[in-house]
Structures are given as structure tokens and as C-alpha cells.
Design a protein around this ligand. Structure first.
Ligand code: DGL
Length: 251
């Protein structure tokens, strides 16, 4: 088995959304070092145009490139949908994106509701994914204000606050097409009363595969850093996720 001691991976999301994916990767790869980049003060990205997203993410990736990472994870569906081809064509390291988990959701049959930001819903890449795996019953619906609600109210999320931002829909499965929505997965599940899917587990497994390691040994001084945006908030929320899962905090 290859060792992961010298591997470093950079993460990027507009805000706190990617922290749940970071958590899953930290758990799966306890000897890889991670740096989480965010841009909390400019979010929501879901309302930005393609060219605005390209300009912003290019700026952040030029900072990521200075760290010479083994790989970068775009922990943002919006940036994956709008910018991943551009980023891959420009930067020399492996870049992994997160996409809505339409395939397993559509496989259970019936009406599949995909919730995402406006920018993701209007992207070509989501349309293609839906045509490929959606079995003709996939509905792509934008939730324009949900990511910003989660970002702003992360310490005070309420059922009423989330439900008023969700579309009415008779769904047999729901796909969370934005990493911020993962924080309110249970509220969404209760509201629609059906199975809810996200791309967290699949993307984390994809990263392990790309790095060529499956390293489940205990952590030996793993380093997790936070840069850009409101890095102190991102670190605090990540430590909360670690504590809730029984893992001790990182400094
Ligand atoms: N968390 C991001 C996503 O997965 C974007 C949220 C936003 O900034 O609008 O799409």
C-alpha cells in the first residue's frame, strides 16, 4: 500500500458547504494534509455568471497552485458545473469536482428532484448528467436563497427557515446539488418524506482512488489549515463537525 505521509490536498468552496466533504476525506485519509480555501464574503456563488465564476475561481486557484498540491477538490457543485473544465485545462495538478448524485437517486424510480443553485441548474454539465442518468424523470429546480441561508445561520438553522426556501414538489427521491444543503439534509428529508442523496461519499471515494491510497490507519500529526474568506469561522464549524463525530478538534 502506498503511504500518504507527503500528500497534500487543497479544498475549495465558496463558504462552509465543503466542510462536510472535507470531514469525509479527513476521516478516510488520516495521514493526508488538507488546506481548505473559502470565499465566504463573496458567496453565494450560485447567483454569479459563468464569467464571474471563472474570474473568481481562477484567482483562488492561482493561490492554491502556489502550495503545489497533490490534488485539489472543488467542494462546490456550482464551481464544478461552471468552471472545472477551465481549471483542469489551466492547472497542472489533479482536480476533482463534486456533482449531484443523480445516478443512485434516479435508480430508485419515480420522480427525482434535484435541488441546486441557479447557476448549477442552468449549467450544461447538469443537463448532461441528468440526460445520462436521470431516466427521464429528473427535475432540476433552483433554490436561489438556501445556500446563503445556511451560510448565515449555521449556528441557528431552523426547520421553518429552511422549509420556506424549498420548492413544493411530490418527490420519490431528492438529490442535494449544493454542498451547503448537506447541513440541512435531515430537514429536507423530513419535508419531502423520501430518500435524500448527496455526492459526499462518492466524491471522497473518488479522491482516494485518484490519490491511489486507501489509508485507514490512525492520524499521525495530520495538518488541516484554513485559508481565505472567513477562515476562523470555517475552522470553528469544522471543529464542531469533528466534535459531533467524536474526533478531537484541530487547531
Ligand atoms: N456550496 C456551493 C455549491 O455546492 C455554492 C453555494 C453558493 O455559494 O451559492 O454549489
Amino acid at each position: 500500500m502506498e503511504t500518504s505521509d507527503n500528500i497534500s490536498v487543497c479544498f475549495f468552496d465558496s463558504g462552509i458547504g465543503g466542510l462536510s466533504l472535507l470531514y469525509e476525506c479527513v476521516r478516510k485519509l488520516p495521514r493526508v494534509n488538507f488546506t481548505y480555501f473559502a470565499d465566504n464574503f463573496n458567496m453565494p456563488y450560485g447567483r454569479l455568471s459563468h464569467s464571474e465564476l471563472i474570474a473568481i475561481t481562477d484567482g483562488i486557484f492561482s493561490e492554491i497552485a502556489k502550495l503545489n498540491p497533490s490534488a485539489a477538490v472543488v467542494a462546490c457543485n456550482t464551481v464544478t458545473a461552471q468552471c472545472i473544465e477551465f481549471l483542469r485545462s489551466k492547472y497542472p495538478f489533479e482536480i476533482i469536482g463534486i456533482q449531484p448524485a443523480i445516478k443512485p437517486a434516479a435508480a430508485i424510480g419515480g420522480n427525482c428532484l434535484v435541488l441546486a443553485t441557479p447557476s448549477t441548474v442552468h449549467s450544461q454539465s447538469l443537463k448532461q448528467l441528468s440526460e445520462k442518468y436521470g431516466r427521464g424523470h429528473t427535475n432540476l429546480v433552483a433554490c436561489p436563497d438556501l445556500a446563503a441561508y445556511v451560510e448565515k445561520n449555521i449556528n441557528n438553522l431552523s426547520k421553518e427557515g429552511v422549509e420556506r426556501l424549498l420548492p413544493e414538489f411530490k418527490a420519490d427521491s431528492v438529490v442535494l446539488g449544493c454542498t451547503h444543503y448537506v447541513f440541512v439534509k435531515n430537514i429536507i428529508k423530513n419535508y419531502y418524506g423520501c430518500p435524500v442523496f448527496d455526492g459526499i461519499e462518492g466524491t471522497a471515494a473518488h479522491l482516494c482512488g485518484k490519490l491511489g491510497i486507501s489509508d485507514h490507519r490512525n492520524s499521525r500529526g495530520q495538518k488541516i489549515s484554513f485559508k481565505g474568506g472567513d477562515y476562523a469561522k470555517n475552522r470553528e464549524i469544522f471543529n464542531l463537525i469533528l466534535r459531533q463525530s467524536g474526533i478531537s478538534s484541530q487547531n
